[in-house]
Ligand binder design. Structure first.
Ligand code: ZN
Ligand code: ZN
Length: 272
């Protein structure tokens, strides 16, 4: 049994064969699919899908690419949507300096304000960080210090604070964010080989970080794993990622599925 902790099934890539995609996911052993929004429209669509399909859960938020669209009114709506019973986190939020579709200052402001929404709602966050790790970590650390009670259970024990999706760092950064109370999430590129001048950093991370701190994700429709590299990605590809992680860690695929699914339960409260 697996969970796809990060997919975007609301994109039009899936409009023509949505139910087939869902059926293939179920057949592949994927029990739940978490769908982070990227702006206000897709956050609404994600909630609508979660209402319609038992295996789908939603997160709501503005992706850094769309930070320029996130005005006060839209952020208020994100907070309202976050009260829906099938909304399990705020995301995906963060910083992306690769394309800078929105200005970096604006990305930082919208990222910080969405962490504050998560803190008011005591929800976990789904972080997207690309070529922006320094600023991402700085903002997360500032916000954690300001609200130390964020993600504490009624009995005082800490609950996980979020996940760094498509984990962008090395194993030292992974260990640091794990110590902060975050999971890291591993997508399809872990199945890709290393280039001679550029080792696959996800392979390095997965070889050193125990499965207890790792979630599986497709990031569908992007980042399809081998042997489907370059095609549209979908949640039924999760076993390819799980098999690669199992191989790197010398564990069974079943164990990778079970332990990473229990991580999803701890983080998002999804699953049994
Ligand atoms: Zn992302
Ligand atoms: Zn994504």
């Amino acid at each position: 049994m697996f969970v796809d902790s990060h997919a975007h099934l609301f994109f039009k890539d899936f409009h023509s064969d949505f139910d087939d995609v869902i059926n293939r996911a179920r057949d592949a052993g994927v029990r739940y699919i978490i769908n982070p929004g990227t702006d206000i429209e897709t956050s609404r669509e994600s909630v609508a899908l979660a209402e319609k399909y038992d295996l789908i859960y939603a997160c709501v938020g503005f992706h850094p690419h769309d930070a320029a669209k996130a005005n006060d009114h839209a952020l208020e709506e994100i907070e309202v949507l976050s009260r829906h019973p099938k909304v399990v986190g705020i995301g995906e939020i963060g910083l992306d300096y690769h394309y800078n579709f929105s200005e970096p200052e604006q990305q930082q402001d919208i990222f910080a304000r969405q962490i504050e929404i998560a803190q008011r709602r005591n929800l976990p966050i789904v972080i997207h960080s690309r070529e922006a790790e320094h600023d991402t970590l700085r903002i997360v650390e500032e916000k954690m210090k300001r609200v130390p009670s964020w993600r504490t259970l009624p009995d005082g024990r800490p609950a996980p604070k979020g996940v760094f999706h498509c984990f962008p760092g090395d194993s030292a950064m992974a260990q640091m964010v794990i110590d902060w109370g975050f999971f890291i999430s591993i997508p399809g590129p872990v199945t890709f080989g290393s280039k001679p001048n550029k080792p696959n950093s996800m392979v390095e991370v997965v070889s050193k970080i125990p499965i207890e701190h790792i979630l599986l994700e497709t990031d569908s429709p992007y980042l399809a794993p081998a042997p489907n590299r370059g095609k549209r990605n979908e949640p039924s590809n999760i076993p390819h990622i799980a098999r690669k992680i199992a191989e790197l860690q010398g564990r069974s695929v079943e164990e990778v599925g079970r332990v990473s699914s229990s991580g999803v339960k701890k983080l998002f409260g999804v699953g049994t």
